[in-house]
Design a protein around this ligand. Sequence first.
Ligand code: ATP
Length: 234
Amino acid sequence: MLSVENLHYSYGAIKALNGISFKVDEGEIVALIGANGAGKSTTLSNISGILHPQQGSIKYRGTDISKLPPHKVVEAGISLVPEGRRVFSRMTVLENLEMGAYIRKSKAEVNESIENVFTRFERLKERRNQLAGTLSGGEQQMLAIGRALMSKPKLLLMDEPSMGLAPMLVQEIFSIIKEINDSGTTILLVEQNAYMALSVAQHAYVLETGAIALSGTAEEMANNPAVKKAYLGE
Ligand code: ATP
């Protein structure tokens, strides 16, 4: 479904990605794990069209999308849940969701998507008219996920969805990730919480200073001594 080949990206003199390659098959959850500064967010920014690769290709269903602007990437079926949630804090929950639906054609489609999000996230429904900035961290994360789902993506990119959340909420967010995947959305999951990421993913890639250091099935990665030592705290 998604195939990234030899992706390079530098911020000026800082080489963030040094020729990474990986793929995501339809229906999967693929985890991209790695320490702070490894290049995980830069990878997602390149896929979502916020940044453009300086070398390499990003193919989505066989078409190179690496030069498309972000809204065209969303139209193609890929949406991003950004790091740190980044909801529009001075807008209501409902307005945030409507922002996520800007590519939808009719009001009926938008309403259908809103109802779908409210079915999945009842707390958002209860707080539909509340300003997003007044929601708890967990609720803001749910809103960021809900907003990304408004465009009915086939591939959802998630950047550190568990960051800064209490352990109970982390569990809840990961069960939501599984549910979204079970209902047919492919997911590329960037996480520092390797333990949780490997527990939901089928395949995983370990990114170290801009290069793929290891890859395999999630089970292989969870049992790999180097991964255990560096990322699973064993
Ligand atoms: P984190 O979890 O901290 O976001 P990450 O794995 O997502 O880490 P990136 O944010 O992609 O890593 O950063 C990769 C490298 O690029 C780091 O060395 C980082 O300092 C650098 N970098 C990221 N954004 C910029 C920027 N806007 N300008 C300059 N350097 C940047």
